[in-house]
Design a protein around this ligand. Structure first.
Ligand code: GDP
Length: 476
């Protein structure tokens, strides 16, 4: 009986989804970005505005500004096999004492809201009716998109590309433990003639994974395979136990033991493409119709020019995933239907409002060269700078010294601090600038600390209304 109920519910959901899509009242909004870009926080912030937003604080979202929003509620999960986005847990974590940021995105999740708004008054003034818009928010790690180009490569090509990256610092230094491990175990295997290939691959893959993790901590982004960093449902699965072939190819054929290892790694690489990368794009990616890409521009500026260059290189790999032009790889493979892409610099609340334009400009100079080389046939692209959950208050515009006030973590709790905002570089095009410095504020506003933190109202944000207008404005 339970099963029958589930089946009926599923059919009902599917029927409604189809109807909504047919009537164009359904937005499937996917949010991605590399780890730490701010996905969990962004989705939480968007939900806050949808569910409790005060229209007076959302002036750039037209339907709110015009006083037409009637309300919104969370609705039943649309896809039974995708975990629900943990909105309530995110709020509870931020509201804890001391307040903490919610756990970062590690896998795919989603949540559905239904937003009701009055239709525009008709010209004859009658029939002020309402309409519902279903908004599904989907959260997934940007690291997974980095794997898309692998679909066009074979193991030898991929390995050659990775070796080229690994030959440069700081990767070379960071990868030395992995390489040593590889050479030792290969040598031992050759001396003994007796080998457990599977164990050798497993151990060396673990060392490769440790390398990727340390590279991530050093602020590098272009790291493959993405699932080694964020495995999702493939945690501990042998399909993730592979790494690029560490040695340059030579004319001589490989010794038998090495050939076996090569074959094993090649098999795993192919299996990874077929069973991990392809299904993600097939099952999920092509069902998104709007996409947000979050970029931690400030975090990269803090780490310095190398991190900014690496971020740019990574986005160069990642952005083609959104190139839905008729000839793109993605389109040929999966035929997605994305109509809008919003590229967003996050955490703008560490700045004063006068600097937001400059942050947006810096985002533009990072992504423009890439966007220019791509063709976004018939797709709208906009850039924004936002704070999904604003943790600070800025000094008045005419204050003698510009400052932001927020809360920082201490050994025994939190304390309020007022600091000068970081000085953003004018330009990053020369590849030379001084790294910026700023405090990691805690979301004390969610715990009711600070003037703006009154629960029952939406948490404060900066410019999410402009993002909502771009992503949903055409639907009301
Ligand atoms: P994810 O890995 O993309 O899911 O990123 P998170 O949403 O977990 O954000 C990573 C970290 O960035 C958080 O723990 C915060 O420290 C910081 N952060 C994210 N959004 C904001 C924001 O709007 N304002 C501020 N001040 N910090 C933010």
């Amino acid at each position: 009986q339970q099963k029958l109920k589930q089946l009926l519910q599923k059919q009902l959901n599917q029927g409604r989804d189809l109807l909504d899509r047919g009537l164009d009242r359904h937005v499937r909004l996917a949010v991605t970005g590399l780890s730490g870009a701010g996905k969990t926080t962004f989705i939480t912030g968007i939900l806050e505005q949808l569910l409790h937003g005060d229209p007076r604080r959302l002036p750039f979202w037209r339907v709110a500004r015009e006083g037409r929003l009637r309300g919104a509620h969370l609705s039943a999960q649309p896809d039974q096999q995708i975990p629900r986005f943990q909105y309530e847990k995110a709020l509870a974590t931020m509201a804890s004492n001391p307040p903490k940021w919610p756990a970062s995105t590690r896998s795919l999740s989603e949540i559905r809201t239904i937003v009701r708004a009055d239709k525009k008054a008709s010209w004859y003034g009658g029939g002020r009716d309402y309409r519902d818009l279903t908004i599904d928010l989907l959260d997934y790690p940007g690291e997974w998109l980095l794997d898309l180009p692998m679909l066009q490569q074979d193991y030898a090509q991929w390995s050659a590309q990775q070796r080229e990256l690994l030959a440069k610092e700081p990767r070379q230094q960071l990868a030395s433990t992995w390489l040593q491990q590889w050479f030792h175990s290969s040598q031992a295997a050759q001396d003994n003639q007796q080998t457990d290939d599977d164990a050798q691959v497993r151990e060396t893959a673990a060392a490769y994974r440790a390398f990727l993790q340390s590279a991530r901590q050093q602020g590098l982004y272009l790291l493959q395979p993405g699932r080694l960093l964020l495995p999702g449902e493939f945690e501990n699965a042998p399909i993730l136990d592979f790494f690029p072939w560490p040695e340059e190819p030579s004319e001589a054929s490989l010794p038998p033991h090495m050939q076996r290892l090569y074959d094993l790694l090649e098999q795993r690489f192919e299996a990874y493409k077929k069973e991990v990368v392809t299904p993600f794009f097939k099952q999920h990616f092509r069902h998104f119709n709007r996409q947000v890409l979050l970029v931690d521009v400030l975090g990269a500026l803090r780490r310095g020019p190398t991190a900014v260059a690496d971020l740019q290189l990574t986005l160069q790999q990642l952005l083609p995933s959104f190139q839905y032009g008729s000839n793109s790889l993605l389109n040929r493979l999966f035929q997605p239907r994305v109509e809008k892409v919003c590229i967003v610099a996050t955490k703008a609340d560490v700045l004063v409002p006068e600097q937001h334009e400059q942050l947006q400009q810096l985002l533009k100079s990072i992504v423009s060269p890439i966007l220019d080389s791509l063709r976004f046939d018939g797709i709208d692209v906009e850039l924004h700078a936002v704070a999904a959950i604003s943790c600070t208050q800025a000094s008045a515009r005419d204050a003698e010294v510009a400052a932001v006030t927020g809360w920082e973590q201490t050994d025994n709790g939190v304390r309020q601090v007022a600091v000068k905002p970081p000085q953003l570089p004018k330009s990053i095009s020369s590849g030379e600038f001084k790294p910026i410095a700023y405090i990691d504020f805690v979301p004390a506003v969610a715990a009711g600390l600070g003037a703006t933190g009154i629960r029952g109202e939406a948490l404060p944000q900066l410019r999410l209304d402009a993002v909502l207008e771009f992503l949903t404005g055409d639907k009301w």
